[in-house]
Design a protein around this ligand. Structure first.
Ligand SMILES: [Zn+2]
Length: 502
């Protein structure tokens, strides 16, 4: 396939993903949430704690033998369930909570088959660490007292939880199958074909497992996440919450070591080259200057370049990796789009509007300093703002415009100027960092605790994350601003470049 077709295909693919969302006012509703009454069912939160016994077993006696034990439990408990009509329990559930509300004969059968292998006692010992373990008396009869070397058992438990955290992992699928197999043998789930029955009973040795595994997970989600049986689901929820609380209460958080951050380019040389362009711009300004009256288009065009240069060198000086480098990117994107828009519209008056809007803002700030702000902020010098406000015309004649200077937002400006891709690439995401939105904060200051018993929760990092280098993007955007200057005041050929480390 040609490069172009591959790109087109990728474009179509991503387009499809955004398009599959449904627009409702200012919201894009995800395809999953468009299904009416879709209940949020969580494997990790609500069902994993019930099948932890199966994972402990797999980790100790090995997958093959554990699966045979699960199959035997399924066969014996399922068949026994079938023998008696009008049972108190509705399904032969073998999750830790479900087991505790089974009829006694089924419980006895479960324990009898499970503990027929001597190694099982040692494997499942971590279960008695839980003070609120359902059916704890019965488990205790087989597993004994809480051991002295508790730490070792918490470690075993962490290893078992770790293999189940991903609900689609091989081990999680095995455990989800172990939950379902007694239900299959009990006849309470009528599979549609003989094939499906064999896929279950001969798991994992019959048929293509790439097809079988999703089928098992789908049925387990339906039965394990039963929200129609209120008593069962509430009782189970109470246990699973206690499970996670005890895990948290008894074990410590584990902070991953921070990745080493390094500057990947020759910072001094690059900033110095960028700084040199200031002089070239200065020379070019003087060379192309003919008049002394106010020239909004010229001043703005050169101003954009000098200002972009300032922002670029500051972004680079912070090694391109600090949060402020992302803010610099967003500023450069806005400068570029605004400049491009002003050129594209081809209306000389628009340059006047751009300039006069800025003067109006200076006037507004000055008036607020005079009349509203009692404590003058340190960074604002009233005389400076007053001079700016009065520069082009005496302030009293200056109108103040509110809202955006051009009465259209930056996104639309980028469309008019034909540079929406710059908006998408360099404005939207850095804006999250500017506004302190959740994902930006999560990215910079939080990490995921590496203790599996803590359900992948967020903990503060040991230091902020400074890993993504914005240096090449800063240079790219700055050069694009210079390209625009070259378009309106030719010819200016000087461009910035990133200098590699010696
Ligand atoms: Zn933790």
């Amino acid at each position: 396939m040609s490069q172009k077709r591959v790109r087109q295909k990728q474009k179509n693919k991503s387009k499809g993903k955004i398009d599959s969302h449904k627009r409702e006012g200012s919201k894009l509703i995800s395809p999953f949430n468009q299904i009416p009454n879709a209940a949020y069912i969580s494997w990790m939160n609500d069902r994993l704690p019930c099948m932890i016994w199966a994972a402990l077993l797999m980790n100790t006696i090995g997958r093959d033998q554990a699966i045979e034990t699960f199959r035997q439990i399924g066969l014996h408990v399922g068949k026994l369930f079938q023998e008696i009509e009008n049972r108190n329990c509705s399904l032969p559930r073998v999750g830790i909570y479900g087991l505790s509300i089974l009829d006694c004969d089924l419980q006895d059968k479960f324990f009898e088959v499970l503990f027929s292998d001597k190694r099982v006692v040692n494997a499942l010992k971590p279960l008695i660490l839980f003070k609120d373990l359902p059916l704890s008396k019965k488990w205790g009869e087989y597993l004994g007292e809480v051991p002295e070397n508790e730490g070792e058992f918490w470690t075993n438990l962490a290893d078992a939880v770790a293999i189940l955290l991903d609900h689609q992992s091989q081990e999680a699928t095995d455990c989800r199958w172990a939950y379902m197999i007694p239900i299959i043998y009990s006849g309470k789930l009528q599979l549609q074909t003989g094939e499906q029955y064999r896929e279950y009973t001969e798991y994992p040795n019959y048929e293509d497992q790439r097809k079988v595994r999703p089928f098992i997970r789908a049925t387990e989600m339906q039965f394990g996440g039963d929200t129609l049986d209120k008593d069962y689901s509430q009782g189970k929820k109470a246990w699973t919450e206690k499970f996670w609380n005890e895990c948290k209460g008894n074990t410590e958080c584990i902070s991953p070591a921070p990745n080493k951050s390094s500057v990947d380019f020759d910072l001094m040389e690059t900033v110095s080259l960028v700084r040199d362009i200031w002089n070239d711009l200065f020379d070019h300004f003087l060379k192309t200057d003919k008049f002394t009256h106010i020239q909004p288009k010229r001043d703005a065009s050169f101003g954009f370049c000098f200002y972009a240069l300032t922002v670029t060198q500051e972004g680079l000086a912070s090694s391109g990796k600090l949060v402020t480098a992302k803010l610099a990117l967003r500023m450069l994107a806005e400068i570029y789009i605004t400049f491009n828009y002003l050129i594209s519209v081809r209306d000389e008056k628009l340059w006047d509007i751009y300039r006069s809007y800025g003067s109006g803002q200076a006037k507004l700030t000055f008036l607020k300093l005079e009349e509203i702000l009692e404590n003058q902020p340190g960074y604002l010098k009233k005389e400076n703002v007053e001079a700016l406000a009065n520069e082009d015309i005496y302030m009293d004649f200056q109108n103040i415009s509110l809202g955006n200077w051009a009465n259209i937002d930056l996104r639309k400006m980028s469309q008019v100027a034909g540079c929406k891709s710059i908006y998408d690439a360099y404005y939207a995401w850095p804006s999250s960092y500017v506004h302190g939105q959740w994902c930006a904060i999560r990215d910079v200051v939080f990490t995921t605790c590496h203790n599996p018993l803590h359900r992948l929760h967020r903990i503060p990092r040991l230091a902020p994350r400074y890993e993504d280098g914005a240096e090449s993007d800063l240079i790219l955007l700055f050069n694009k601003v210079l390209d625009l200057l070259n378009e309106v005041y030719p010819s200016f050929d000087k461009r910035a470049e990133l200098v590699e480390k010696p």
